[in-house]
Design a binder for this molecule. Structure first.
Ligand code: ATP
Ligand code: LTN
Length: 327
């Protein structure tokens, strides 16, 4: 059986981009693979966190993952900081990646440049080394992610190949799995920017737990353009194409085919809002049930961490042995 691994940060409220770009595939891929899914709380520390908020977000994100369909009986679901092999292997990864390679990461450039007065932690810079550790610790074959993580999976492959060629066959070289529709959900107000959760409350971000009435409003006010024809053309019509991509991810129909059903923006907005609300309805209901018992979620996560440590311990021992550290 193939191994699947992916992670998500407890850095804010889950949005439609996370769901369509990553979590739909997480859920699908657990059917035929040995899936390992992780709430990457150590990654969230790259930006300053409020301790109580981080704790709450970590448990609630795990509950949301279960609500979306991740089955903790079938998949291994755990929190990164409860498996100490992650930061341990990350050091070996930091010593296998170069300063130049890390400097070329667009996610780092975006986040460190966004506000020049903000504190830029060293962790934000070395972040891909920890991500490589996450992935390589499980002999991962496939990594389901959104399009923005393409470069991070690529650098993970480079690190694995370099380590293998320096110290002998140690790591499986993983591949990304990026969905056809929904890989890059854009902000409804700024369709040239990806929908993002660390932006906070924004009229262009649709949250998984958002009230249906609010979702409807956000779609109604989505930025389109001054023309009126509906066609799928990301360069010329980013706003309209974003709506078609979202509708496509919800319905499974190609965005080009969907475009031919519409002559005006209004009905496209209404139908997209409706498809999204229907997709979210069962997730919201299931989350409400799970939320009432955080202790049970924490118990499940502990079980997941114990399961994860079995594999992570073996792979870390292999890496330590091959690089010349004492057992
Ligand atoms: P942040 O805004 O804090 O960087 P994020 O919203 O990008 O967070 P992450 O935890 O970094 O969320 O990502 C979780 C998963 O969701 C990743 O696989 C990522 O590729 C995917 N993802 C995030 N934003 C989008 C988006 N707008 N469209 C499609 N996939 C996305
Ligand atoms: N960097 C990712 C989150 C992440 C991840 C991972 C994704 C951390 N470790 C391992 C896939 C595999 C992000 O910010 N979206």
């Amino acid at each position: 059986m193939k191994r699947v691994f992916s992670g998500i940060q407890p850095s804010g409220d889950l949005h439609l981009g996370n769901l369509l770009g990553a979590l739909v595939n997480w859920s699908k891929m657990q059917e035929d693979n040995d899936a390992v899914y992780c709430v990457v709380d150590l990654h969230a520390l790259t930006l300053p966190q409020e301790p109580d908020v981080l704790r709450k977000n970590t448990v609630e994100l795990a509950q949301l993952l279960i609500a979306v369909g991740i089955d903790p009986e079938r998949s291994t679901l755990f929190v990164q900081s409860q498996v100490p092999q992650h930061p341990q292997l990350a050091w070996l990864m930091e010593c296998t990646v170069s300063y130049g390679e890390l400097s070329r990461m667009t996610a780092f450039k975006d986040k460190s440049n966004r506000d020049t007065t903000k504190f830029v932690s060293a962790g934000l810079f070395t972040y891909p080394a920890l991500q490589a550790a996450d992935i390589l610790l499980y002999d991962t074959d496939f990594v389901p992610v959104g399009d923005d993580q393409r470069q991070h999976v690529e650098i993970t492959r480079d690190i694995a190949e370099r380590f293998n060629s320096r110290y002998g066959e140690t790591f499986v070289v993983p591949e990304h799995v990026i969905p056809e529709a929904g890989a890059r959900v854009m902000d409804l107000q700024k369709p040239d920017r990806k929908m993002s959760k660390s932006e906070g409350e924004s009229p262009g971000t649709v949250f998984v737990l958002e009230d249906p009435k609010k979702i409807e409003k956000k779609f109604k006010r989505a930025v389109t353009d001054s023309e009126s024809d509906v066609r799928f053309d990301i360069a010329e019509k980013p706003g309209v194409s974003n709506l078609l991509s979202i509708l496509s991810a919800c319905t499974g129909e190609a965005p080009e085919d969907l475009a031919s059903n519409y002559e005006q923006y209004g009905p496209l907005k209404t139908d997209t809002a409706e498809a999204v609300i229907e997709l979210l309805r069962p997730i919201q209901a299931r989350f409400a049930e799970l939320q009432s018992d955080p202790a049970e979620t924490q118990r499940l996560l502990r079980v997941g961490a114990d399961k994860a440590q079995v594999v992570a311990g073996e792979v870390l021992a292999r890496a330590k042995r091959n690089i010349g550290l004492l057992a």
